[in-house]
Ligand binder design. Structure first.
Ligand SMILES: C[S@@+](CC[C@H](N)C(=O)[O-])C[C@H]1O[C@@H](n2cnc3c(N)ncnc32)[C@H](O)[C@@H]1O
Length: 416
């Protein structure tokens, strides 16, 4: 725990003083902005509901309506961006900081955006759903849980607000995040943030650390706004957890772990098909925990949902797989170039993630690029193979498709 003053004389964690310190921190430094940037800033990219929708409910079209909850909204930047992008959504946004909600109200008046209801509320209120509402189709909780002394209770409360078909997004720092790696490094210096001179010196030290971590200093931690440094670097918060811990928390709340963006991306970029048999001994949450243990993410963008039946990938029955209809709907297929036969080369291809402003560069056999481009859920694996006129060993196709399936790049719909 990054909480020097939150233990009593016998070393027990003191929940009340942790909560009070967090409260004081976000009353003094409302996050992310106090000024007009709350409305205008789009560098913090919103987590669009159509992304939640695709990853949590393959094949379901996204409709620009429904209920969206922003849990721990701060001064409202995410809520404003969501409400503007999807004017038919009903957005509820809450935060424990009174000052943050006052600022959000002020800018809401100035903006004329009226599909958001801001309120002051605590994630740890066991009656949260009575206060903020329930049956939300999407819930976003970005960079909040590190400041909550009991993340398990918080996720249980959010699960109670979710509709049976709904999806919960959790954004939390991973153990490879620069601020997490910095913590022991900056303790070697005596750094303060109380005067402009101290802030200047602190930034210099942070820039040195950014440089040692290989991060360009104009984009590094040393270049972040003062509110970020006061809360994310020097503020009161928990240490970050590995993905494995979040998966346990999600399961304990009665939810199902669906995916985590950066874990999937690193798996797709690193995994060698030769090891596939060993990897598929594991179920998806365990496989993702393994990936994060070996190759820790700097950030987790996790999707969880109420338990649901997800079309299975049936490693034991390769014939069955041939009948399922592959579907790529999380990534933008339309931007993938068409590849002509013979499909003999290995090519570079970049998938766009719609709305998330992220890209996934991959090196793939050209037949796979074309296969993914055509995977729109309308035809079976066998039909696509026949249509493309490819001769491919089933084991090779099987392991390539499984690799995409386990990262949500490719989903399967049952046979027609
Ligand atoms: C780092 S800010 C993130 C704000 C916003 N989600 C964003 O990404 O811009 C963390 C926010 O969590 C809020 N918070 C911390 N503990 C909370 C709790 N128990 N209930 C509700 N909000 C809480 C803080 O007041 C603060 O506004």
């Amino acid at each position: 725990m990054n909480t020097p003053n939150n233990s009593d004389s016998e070393g027990h964690f003191d929940f009340v003083s942790f909560s009070n310190a967090v409260q004081t921190q976000f009353e003094a430094s409302p996050f992310p902005f106090e000024d007009e940037k709350v409305l205008s800033d789009q560098t913090w990219k919103i987590i669009p509901p159509n992304w939640f929708n695709a990853i949590g409910r393959p094949g379901k079209p996204f409709y620009d309506r429904g209920k969206f909850l922003v849990a721990g909204c701060g001064t409202g930047n995410e809520a404003f961006n969501i409400a503007r992008a999807f004017p038919n959504l009903e957005v509820v946004a809450f935060d424990a900081s009174k000052k943050a909600i006052e600022i959000a109200h002020k800018w809401q008046k100035a903006s004329g955006i009226n599909n958001i209801h801001f309120l002051q509320e605590d994630l740890l209120n066991p009656n949260l759903s009575q206060s903020v509402g329930y049956n939300f189709d999407w819930i976003s909780c970005h960079e909040v849980l590190a400041y909550v002394y009991d993340p398990q209770a918080a996720i249980i409360n959010l699960a109670n607000c979710l509709s049976p078909e709904g999806c919960l997004y959790i954004g939390v720092k991973g153990t490879f995040h620069p601020t997490v790696r910095l913590t022991p490094a900056i303790s070697l210096f005596s750094l303060k943030m109380d005067s402009p001179e101290q802030v200047k010196r602190t930034r210099e030290v942070l820039c040195v650390c950014d440089n040692l971590m290989g991060i360009p200093i104009d984009k590094g931690i040393g270049a972040q706004p003062e509110s970020y440094l006061k809360t994310h670097v020097f503020g009161v918060h928990h240490d970050s957890f590995p993905l494995h811990t979040w998966i346990e928390i999600i399961h304990n709340a009665g939810l199902q772990y669906i995916n985590s963006l950066y874990t999937s991306m690193s798996f797709l970029q690193l995994q060698d098909n030769r090891f596939f048999d060993i990897l598929t001994e594991l179920d998806l949450p365990t496989l993702h925990s393994l990936i994060d243990h070996c190759n820790p993410s700097f950030f987790h963008m996790i999707i969880a949902a109420k338990p649901r039946v997800i079309p299975p990938f049936a490693p034991a029955d390769k014939n069955e797989l041939l009948r399922w209809r592959p579907l790529v709907d999380l990534w933008d297929r339309s931007k993938v170039p068409a590849v002509q036969p013979p499909y003999t080369q290995v090519l570079d291809v970049t998938f766009d993630i719609p709305g998330l402003y992220r890209q996934l560069p991959l090196k793939l056999s050209s037949y796979l690029i074309e296969f993914l481009r055509r995977s729109d859920g309308s035809r079976s694996v066998a039909q696509l193979v026949a249509e493309m006129g490819i001769e491919i060993k089933p084991e090779e196709l099987f392991s390539a498709l499984a690799r995409f399936y386990f990262t949500s790049l490719l989903n399967f719909l049952p046979p027609l």
